[in-house]
Design a protein around this ligand. Structure first.
Ligand SMILES: [Fe+2]
Length: 200
């Protein structure tokens, strides 16, 4: 079995507990259980050094555990900070319907475990999105179902539901193929997402 760094192993363990604690009942819980069960088996890590983008300057203030009152979220932020230097932050490619002018330079995504991630694999996608203040992310959809765990303020959109604000520690589920989006207000938005690519 390939080795996994202690930092990544710890992050996955804490993230698994946080998603299990916060994800809504029903499909989200089933999806999160499947994602983290798959992640019990490590895959070989990508040795490429991590790379930040300019917007990542927001990460340090946003993930400072001292500033997070929810103990589980503070633990998650600490575990994330330990693994973050190894992540490659990228701009989302392709068209950006619904996004605003701040979006292109004002966002970055990083895949922790999943395609082109720190731990490249195809069975699950565990990643993170960062939006700078006042950034409106594009409307998008994808076949895998997805559960978000939100670490900051910020608004989210789901087709049929409209805009809502889960708040720090909030979690919600996107069924396969649903149109969705997110937008930061006056402060940055940071959210983890867990996708299961093989829905049974
Ligand atoms: Fe998505």
């Amino acid at each position: 079995m390939p080795d996994r760094s202690p930092e990544l192993q710890h992050f996955i363990e804490v993230a698994g507990r946080a998603f299990a604690d916060r994800a809504p009942q029903g499909a989200a819980q089933a999806s999160v259980r499947a994602v983290f069960a798959a992640l019990e088996v490590p895959a070989p890590a990508d040795p490429t050094p991590g790379r930040r983008r300019a917007v990542c300057d927001w990460l340090d203030p946003v993930t400072d555990p001292e500033g997070v009152s929810d103990p589980l979220l503070a633990e998650l932020c600490g575990a994330f900070r330990a693994v973050e230097p190894a992540l490659t932050w990228r701009q989302r490619p392709g068209p950006a319907p619904g996004a605003n002018a701040q979006y292109r330079e004002g966002h970055a995504n990083a895949m922790i475990a999943g395609p082109s991630g720190l731990e490249p694999r195809d069975d699950v996608w565990l990643g993170v999105s960062l939006l700078g203040p006042e950034v409106r992310y594009p409307d998008h959809d994808h076949p895998p179902e997805e559960t978000y765990l939100v670490l900051t303020p910020g608004r989210f959109f789901q087709d049929g539901t409209g805009w809502f604000e889960p708040g720090p520690g909030g979690s919600f589920y996107n069924r396969p193929g649903i149109l969705h989006a997110m937008a930061a207000g006056a402060s940055p938005l940071l959210a983890l997402w867990a996708l299961r690519s093989e829905t049974g």
